[in-house]
Write a protein that binds this ligand. Structure first.
Ligand code: PMP
Length: 381
């Protein structure tokens, strides 16, 4: 198998599996129980919180575990805006966000919020200036992703949020950092974000676990009512096996962000060089400066679904657009100004830290094969 769909999900690393299994089989206590089995689970939870906090250069008291980034995004957006939109009805976000942000924002609209959508300009860029100028003294929340999940485009979040905070200190800043976490250096203070969402399964941890960073002093409403876990902010018995796996995966990745980034650049260059040698009508949708882990390409005239199936039959996993927009036309590619015929042929190739240049070359060879087969088919007609 050649797995090149790491923006959809990653294979949990051995360390994550080991930690999750140990928590399932041995340290199965409820962290809220006061006996020693509970205390052991509580210790795992506390250690995990420290690990995730460290990875974001945050205080551990500011990390709240959730069921994943969909929950983190919904909680952040609804929680920040719900009590503020009466006084400040505007919410600013971008047209290239993940559905868990877009849909959460649309739900606010039904509560009376006025949504300001920032779109990429004619060059497919979202400038810090365009985010900053969308905010005014009636804006209660701005939500902007760090890295786009379909193209790897890196948004100027730190620059935008810093200026917004200088001008409108009360405006809450939220960043969906899922695709940038452990790939770009993220420090909560440098990002100027009050709220940050991250997810475990994009960083070699199990699915169904994520976290929301909530800056000290920032109040957001809570929508998981119950036993008062997570400091009373997010009730529900914590998913200790997944949390233990999350922490183990993050610990393993450690501080080697630059080294991994360099490797991803090599993989990206290998991909682009190999596809350029197949034919010159292959389009690269990802821009220069995009995160090298996510490459959006299109062999125009060949439907993504057909290519995806062709690859899958040969043991190669890639994606068309994002895993979350299964079968639907990508509104994100459209927002980036990618023409429909290119979007229809788009494949997203995304790397892990275990991907090898040989695997990337094999993918390119399969693409060439798909093209050759199609042209023979056409000739026969
Ligand atoms: N935001 C982005 C940018 C994502 O790529 C994803 C996952 N596709 C999510 C949010 C949702 O994360 P989860 O799967 O943990 O709910």
């Amino acid at each position: 198998m050649i797995y090149l769909d790491n923006a959809a999900t990653t294979k949990p690393c051995d360390e994550a599996v080991k930690a999750a299994v140990a928590a399932l089989a041995d340290d199965f206590g409820n962290p809220s129980s006061r006996h020693f089995v509970g205390t052991q689970a509580e210790r795992i939870l506390a250690d995990a919180r420290t690990t995730i906090a460290k990875a974001l250069a945050a205080d551990e008291k500011c990390i709240f575990f959730t069921s994943g980034a969909t929950e983190s995004n919904n909680w952040a957006i609804r929680g920040a805006a719900e009590n503020r939109i009466k006084r400040k009805p505007k919410v600013v976000t971008t047209t290239v966000e993940h559905p868990s942000v877009k849909e959460a924002v649309k739900a606010l609209e039904r509560l009376g919020a006025q949504i300001v959508w920032v779109s990429p300009d004619e060059n497919g860029e979202i400038t810090a200036e365009s985010i900053i100028s969308a905010v005014d003294d009636k804006t209660c929340l701005v939500s902007c992703m760090l890295v786009n999940n379909e193209t790897g485009y890196v948004l100027p979040v730190a620059e935008g949020f810093a200026a917004i905070k200088r001008k409108y200190p009360d405006c809450i800043t939220h960043c969906d950092a899922v695709q940038g976490f452990m790939k770009l250096p993220i420090k909560v203070n440098a990002l100027c974000a009050d709220l940050i969402s991250v997810s475990g399964h994009k960083v070699y941890a199990p699915k169904g676990v994520g976290a929301l960073y909530i800056k000290k002093g920032v109040n957001i409403t809570t929508f998981m009512q119950g036993g008062g876990q997570e400091g009373g902010k997010r009730s529900g018995t914590e998913n200790i096996p997944a949390i233990a796996g999350f922490a183990a995966a993050v610990k393993k990745l450690g501080g080697n962000i630059n080294q991994r980034y360099e490797n991803a650049c090599t993989l990206r260059d290998t991909l682009y060089n190999s596809i350029n040698s197949i034919a010159d009508d292959i389009v690269i949708n990802s821009k220069a400066g995009a995160l090298p882990y996510i490459c959006s390409i299109a062999m125009v005239g060949y439907k993504s679904e057909t290519l995806l199936n062709f690859m899958s039959e040969r043991g190669i996993c890639v994606s068309s657009g994002s895993a979350c927009s299964k079968g639907k036309k990508s509104s994100v590619l459209k927002a980036f100004g990618i023409p429909d015929n290119v979007a229809d042929s788009t494949l997203r190739v995304s790397f892990s830290c275990d991907t090898t240049p040989q695997e990337v070359e094999q993918f390119a060879a399969a693409l060439e094969q798909a093209r050759a087969l199609a042209s023979t088919g056409n000739k026969r007609k």
